[in-house]
Ligand binder design. Structure first.
Ligand SMILES: Cc1cc2nc3c(=O)[nH]c(=O)nc-3n(C[C@H](O)[C@H](O)[C@H](O)COP(=O)(O)O)c2cc1C
Length: 166
């Protein structure tokens, strides 16, 4: 087993892409326009009291600085039906990301995707530098879930089938 260990950062990056994760769409209305980015770094259960979750955002992201200024952020945990939209949600052209995907605005300015597995409305609690990413700690203001939907589980989409688990 030890023969398979690697300390090469690129190999590690490849390998961790095989670890399954959920896909979260972080979205808010910014200057009248819905802005979204997807993140597989989304982690729940960081704290229960107060309820905190995290995402890790690359320093190169041009979308995050806009979202960071929003008063509240919507997080939609994608459902298995969103599988075909995941790449689109990461399109270079931001205006294409939500095409054909229903969304609703909350009173607080967060944007939530229709058909998701679950939804969180959050505020930014803290930001910590971590290598080439920032760990963004988010306080959960409200949570809702559609028990009829299974979350999309993502791992190495280029080489492996995406599978959905309940
Ligand atoms: C499946 C998937 C997961 C992603 N997860 C993250 C993530 O956890 N953190 C992140 O900063 N970017 C992540 N990205 C990239 C962003 O969604 C986005 O494409 C990137 O920030 C570049 O666009 P931008 O410059 O508009 O921010 C992911 C992309 C895909 C397709």
């Amino acid at each position: 087993m030890h023969d398979t260990f690697t300390d090469d950062p690129l190999d590690i990056r490849e390998a961790v892409a095989e670890v399954p994760s959920v896909v979260a769409a972080i979205a808010a209305r910014v200057a009248g326009v819905p802005v979204v980015m997807v993140a597989t770094s989304f982690t729940v259960g960081v704290s229960y009291d107060p309820p905190l979750v995290t995402i890790a955002v690359q320093h190169t992201s041009t979308t995050w600085p806009d979202l960071a200024g929003a008063s509240t952020l919507g997080i939609s945990v994608l459902a298995e039906d969103h599988a075909q939209h995941t790449r689109q949600l990461a399109s270079r052209d931001r205006t294409q990301r939500l095409v054909g995907i229903g969304s609703v605005d909350t009173h607080g300015g967060a944007v939530l995707l229709e058909g998701a597995h679950s939804w969180l409305e959050c505020t930014v609690e803290a930001v910590h530098r971590a290598g080439d990413h920032d760990i963004v700690v988010l306080r959960v203001l409200r949570f809702a879930r559609d028990p009829s939907r299974s979350a999309l589980v993502w791992h190495r989409p280029a080489r492996r089938r995406q599978v959905a688990a309940g």
